[in-house]
Design a protein around this ligand. Structure first.
Ligand code: BT5
Length: 328
């Protein structure tokens, strides 16, 4: 934690109370003049801090910055977010989390950035990551499961994101196979899970989550593959990111524990409940050919089960799925 974050943490531990300059200086082992300088810097960042000569400092208002001290206060999770690393800017939080994993960081690490300069989508695509408005985060997991089961965990971040968006903002977030989160057919979040494993053992699984929170329509480029939206566009007002991230981490923590205890079944049920195309007639574009059939849900390895007209079952591992006809 930086000195600034430690100061914020001290304020957070005593909500609404004055903390004297003397106490801050004693706790942080720096001079009172240095404390004053730090307070000034916090004010520049948008913290509203009252100073009273006889009583000390009091935190009145915090800006919507993603800082570990803010995120961990009131965070009720066992594993996810026990360590949070926040940076102003990085190429990609997934890349940073992977790098930290090779340096031996524990499972549950969360990496967050205010901005990504090379945000990654799938298959070499780009994720638009302007500064200060959205959530760009990566969660490091090291599950003790055989690598072939790892794809099951890729549905965890989708379920967590869609459930939390729906709970917090009363917007109807739905999942699109394999891994998009849509509201009214518009993409509000994208997920990129990256696995590092050998045949027998998983080294790390990084769950990358990008959520459009306060992004405005004019901030989206024109050439997106799907129409896009943000929480702000859907709810009509800007939303604090700290509460969203806290809920998200708690949700992932819960779902991960549930997965480790009970396996894929509960997660699969949750995902299927968020999926509009279950039991629907669809057409799947496989790149070289198109097939149609009825979606029968998720297979244990994350493939989509498709019932073909001749009664055969086809497993879809990659492709574009589009509904045709009415729900049966
Ligand atoms: C994804 O890829 O949807 C995965 C995005 C994952 C982003 C997170 S942010 C934190 C972590 N660190 C990273 O570096 N990445 C993860 P894909 O399905 O390939 O979608 C990418 C496509 O979505 C692009 O080609 C654009 O057309 C479109 N797109 C790009 N940025 C967008 C945005 N902010 N909102 C909506 N659509 C976007």
């Amino acid at each position: 934690m930086t000195t600034r974050e430690q100061i914020v943490q001290l304020f957070r531990n005593r909500p609404g109370e004055y903390v004297s300059g003397q106490e801050l200086s004693r706790e942080l082992h720096i001079s009172r003049a240095a404390i004053w300088k730090q307070i000034e810097q916090l004010r520049e960042l948008g913290y509203e801090i009252e100073a009273q000569r006889a009583r000390g400092y009091r935190l009145l208002e915090s800006p919507d910055l993603l800082l570990p001290a803010d995120l961990t206060s009131d965070l009720s999770s066992q594993l996810v977010g026990q360590q949070i690393h926040c940076v102003a800017s990085t190429s990609s939080t997934n890349q940073l989390a992977q790098q930290m994993a090779t340096e031996g960081v524990s499972e549950g690490l969360v990496v967050l950035a205010e901005e990504q300069t090379a945000g990654r989508g799938r298959m070499g695509r780009r994720w638009e990551s302007p500064a200060g408005v959205n959530v760009y985060g990566s969660i490091l997991l090291k599950p003790q499961i055989p690598p072939y089961q790892a794809p099951q965990l890729t549905f965890l971040s989708a379920v967590a994101t869609a459930e939390v968006l729906t709970d917090l903002y009363a917007i109807n977030a739905r999942v699109k196979w394999p891994n998009d989160i849509l509201v009214g057919g518009r993409k509000i979040a994208g997920l990129l899970n990256e696995l590092s494993a050998e045949t027998e053992q998983i080294h790390s699984l990084v769950l990358g989550i990008g959520i459009n929170v306060n992004m405005l329509a004019e901030q989206f480029p024109d050439d997106l593959r799907y129409p896009a939206t943000s929480v702000r566009i859907e709810t009509g007002r800007s939303q604090p990111r700290v509460a969203l991230v806290r809920q998200l981490l708690q949700r992932i923590d819960f779902l991960y524990a549930e997965f480790l205890e009970q396996g894929f079944a509960p997660l699969r049920r949750r995902w299927e409940a968020l999926f509009d195309l279950l039991d629907r007639q669809v057409e799947v574009d496989l790149g070289n050919r198109k097939i149609s059939g009825v979606i029968g849900g998720l297979e244990a390895d994350g493939a989509l089960r498709l019932f073909l007209p001749d009664g055969q079952v086809e497993r879809i591992v990659a492709g574009d799925v589009r509904p045709i006809g009415q729900k049966r």
